[in-house]
Write a protein that binds this ligand. Structure first.
Ligand code: TXA
Ligand code: MG
Length: 331
C-alpha cells in the first residue's frame, strides 16, 4: 500500500528519547506509540503546548484529553477522592489499555479537561511510552494522533500521513499491538460505568472488582462529554456498510462492473469483481490489531463503498463492533 512515509520526517527512534523529552519540556508536540494507538503528546501542565495540541488535532477545546502517566503510583498526584474500585482497577490493568475518569486534582489545568472537574488517566503498556513517560517525569496529555474525527493511527507512518510536519517529532515504536483505543471507565453513584468499550471487557472489569454486577456501557453524554462517543467518530472517508455474511455474498453476486467495492470479510476472497478484499482474522484481538490499518488501506483506494462483514455479537467483540458501527454511521 502506498504511503507518504518519508525518511526526512521528524522521526525519532527509541534511542533518541531524551530529544523527545526536551521537545515536550519546551512545549512541543511529540507523537508516541502506545499499545492501543499512537498518541499526540504534549506537556500536560503547559497551557501553550495544550493550545497547540488542540489546534493541530482540530479538536474543539471543550473536549477533554487523557493524561498519560509512567507509574500507577502517580494516580494521587492527578486525582482526588479516588474510589477504592479505581485503585483495584489500576492494580489489575495498569500498565494497560484502561482509562479511569476521576475527580481532578489542582495540578490538572482546565485546558486538559475542557473545564470539567474530572480527568482521564492512563498508564500505557508499551515499553517506549513507559520509557518516555518515566524520563519526562510528569503527565503527558495525549489524544489519538489523528485529525479530529478520523481513524486512529496504529503506526508511525499513519501519524505522518495524518499530521505530517505539524508535529515536532514522531517516536517510531512499530505497530500497536492492541489496535483500538482504551476502555474508558468512569464512576457514577459508586458504580463503574464504561464510557467507551475497549479490549478490556466488562467481564474482566467485573472479575477484577469481584463484583456481583457487570458494568454497563453507559451513554457518555449523560455523564460527561466524550468526543469518542459521537456517533460518526472513527470514520474512513469512504462510505462503510455493515452486512451479514449472507447479504454480502448476495450483494457480491449482483455487483455491477462500475461499482468499486472494498470488502472486509472473515472469508478468503470469493469474488473477483470486488476492487479490494481484506480477509480478517477470527479472533477479536487479532481483528482489532489490524482494523484501522486495513480501513486506511481501503480508504486510500477511493472506492465507492467498503462492505464489512458483521462481527459476532459477543462481549469480546464489543470494542471492534463499537468502532465499526461508528464508522458505518452516515451522519
Ligand atoms: O487508547 C487511548 O485511550 C488513546 C491512547 C493514545 O492513549 N487515546 C485516545 O485519546 O483515544 P482520545 O482523545 O482520542 O480519546 C479519549 C477519550 C475521548 O472520548 C475523551 O472525551 C475521553 O477520552 N475523556 C478524556 N478525559 C475525559 C474526562 N475527564 N471525562 C470524560 N471523558 C474523557
Ligand atoms: Mg481519538
Amino acid at each position: 500500500m502506498s504511503s507518504s512515509f518519508q525518511p526526512q520526517a521528524p522521526f525519532l527512534t527509541t534511542a533518541d528519547l531524551q530529544q523527545a523529552v526536551d521537545i515536550l519540556k519546551a512545549g512541543g508536540l511529540v507523537a508516541f506509540p502506545t499499545e492501543t494507538v499512537y498518541g499526540l503528546g504534549a506537556h500536560a501542565e503547559n497551557a501553550d503546548a495544550l493550545a497547540k495540541l488542540y489546534a493541530v488535532k482540530g479538536r474543539p477545546t471543550r473536549h477533554p484529553v487523557i493524561v498519560h502517566l509512567g507509574h500507577a503510583d502517580q494516580l494521587g498526584d492527578w486525582a482526588v477522592e479516588i474510589p477504592e474500585m479505581a485503585y483495584r482497577l489500576a492494580a489489575a490493568f495498569w500498565p494497560g489499555p484502561l482509562t479511569l475518569i476521576l475527580k481532578r486534582s489542582s495540578r490538572v489545568p482546565d485546558a486538559v479537561t475542557g473545564g470539567q472537574d474530572t480527568v482521564g488517566l492512563r498508564v500505557p503498556d508499551h515499553p517506549v511510552a513507559l520509557a518516555l513517560l518515566q524520563a519526562f517525569g510528569g503527565g503527558i496529555a495525549a489524544p489519538s494522533a489523528n485529525r479530529f474525527g478520523r481513524l486512529s493511527p496504529t503506526s508511525a507512518a499513519h501519524v505522518w500521513d495524518d499530521l505530517g510536519q505539524d508535529v515536532d517529532a514522531i517516536v517510531d515504536g512499530g505497530v500497536c499491538q492492541v489496535g483500538v483505543e482504551s476502555t474508558i471507565v468512569a464512576f457514577q453513584d459508586g458504580q463503574p460505568i464504561i464510557l467507551r468499550p475497549g479490549m478490556i471487557t466488562p467481564e474482566q472489569i467485573q472479575a477484577a472488582l469481584q463484583s456481583e454486577f457487570r458494568p454497563e456501557t453507559g451513554n457518555a453524554a449523560s455523564v460527561t462529554r466524550a468526543p469518542g462517543t459521537l456517533a460518526s467518530h472513527y470514520a474512513p472517508r469512504t462510505p462503510l456498510k455493515l452486512v451479514s455474511k449472507n447479504a454480502l455474498n448476495e450483494a457480491l453476486s449482483r455487483l455491477q462492473p462500475d461499482q468499486q467495492i472494498g470488502v472486509l470479510s472473515f472469508s478468503a476472497a470469493i469474488d473477483d469483481h470486488a476492487a479490494a478484499w481484506a480477509t480478517m482474522p477470527a479472533s477479536p484481538q487479532a481483528y482489532a490489531r489490524q482494523l484501522y490499518a486495513k480501513l486506511r488501506e481501503l480508504d486510500a483506494l477511493k472506492l465507492s463503498c467498503i462492505w464489512v462483514e458483521q462481527v459476532p455479537m459477543e462481549e469480546g467483540w464489543s470494542a471492534v463492533s463499537d468502532r465499526l458501527n461508528r464508522a458505518a454511521f452516515q451522519g
